[in-house]
Design a protein around this ligand. Structure first.
Ligand code: URA
Length: 285
């Protein structure tokens, strides 16, 4: 049913729900903003700490019925973790992992990213971890959150078709994201969320040791390559992913979700895929 065609007023609950679904609103987050700088209520304070020995990090955008708005500040409010505390905890946890399964377990048990509270699944990677090419996108969307795998929705299917066109598939490509939990309503990830996840994607790159990286979208390119210009300026040109003495050729790509919205830029996207193919061929991969 198309709500815009409805003639009855007021609309039924079903019509309202369909209206929101058509507009992409598919998460019930809460009507009232929650001031999480205030001390949590006693029930929430009893949750396990985010980092051993410290208070749990606040959960931005968390479900208010699970985390009711706090009342008056308690006299001895537990210290909230700063973004850099969370990043350091993530870095310690990531460094301790010597294998991809260990790293996956560490990401799944990490409590420092508030997105985990509203996500159904932790979404880490798909494809072959021995592959020479690693594609790194932004964050899981609704389908990825439901299935627990990156790039399996509409944009992922387009990505797969683009890869197939240059002879790549799950056997010779490894696919991940800079963020491991779905941002509610597919909003952009915040700086804090990116910093909380960054040590894990960096460690994943260290363990996988890809020969070529492609960053899909501006957030992945900015986070991993330090690009400050928009993706339409950085795409299609070779950069280098640099970390602790390693340099890996890296290409920012237009995000496939953007290509779905702007089919007119497919020509640029095809150019970039050919660049990727040429680099892999030049390296004998
Ligand atoms: N967009 C992304 O950046 N990653 C996904 O996994 C899905 C959509």
């Amino acid at each position: 049913m198309n709500v815009t065609e409805a003639t009855d007023f007021p609309p039924s609950l079903l019509e309202i729900a369909l209206f929101y679904a058509e507009a992409g609103v598919d998460e019930a987050i809460g009507d009232q903003p929650v001031d999480r700088t205030q001390a949590p209520p006693a029930r929430e304070a009893a949750r396990p700490a985010a980092v051993p020995g410290q208070a749990a990090a606040p959960i931005p955008g968390g479900n208010p019925s699970a985390n009711p708005p706090p009342r008056a500040p308690a006299a001895s409010a537990p210290a909230l973790l700063s973004a850099s505390d969370v990043e350091s905890a993530a870095r310690r946890a990531a460094r301790a992992c010597q294998t991809i399964p260990e790293l996956e377990a560490a990401i799944k048990s990490f409590e420092g990213c508030g997105l985990k509270a509203t996500a159904t699944n932790t979404v880490i990677a798909r494809g072959n971890p021995q592959a020479p090419l690693m594609i790194i996108g932004e964050a899981p969307g609704r389908d990825e959150d439901a299935q627990g795998l990156p790039f399996v929705g509409e944009s992922g299917q387009l990505l797969d078709r683009m890869l197939k066109a240059i002879g790549r598939d799950e056997q010779n490509t490894y696919i991940s994201n800079i963020i491991f939990w779905r941002p509610p309503g597919n909003r952009d990830p915040s700086t804090e969320e990116i910093l909380a996840c960054k040590p894990f994607i960096e460690r994943l790159i260290e363990l996988v040791q890809p020969k070529v990286i492609a960053c899909a979208g501006k957030h992945a390119a900015a986070t991993l390559l330090g690009t400050t210009q928009g993706i339409t300026r950085t795409r299609g040109r070779w950069h280098e992913y640099q970390r602790e003495g390693i340099g890996i050729p890296a290409m920012p790509l237009l995000h496939p979700a953007y290509l779905l919205r702007q089919p007119g830029v497919k020509r640029e996207a095809w150019h970039d895929m050919l660049e990727l193919a040429a680099k892999l061929e030049q390296l004998g991969l």
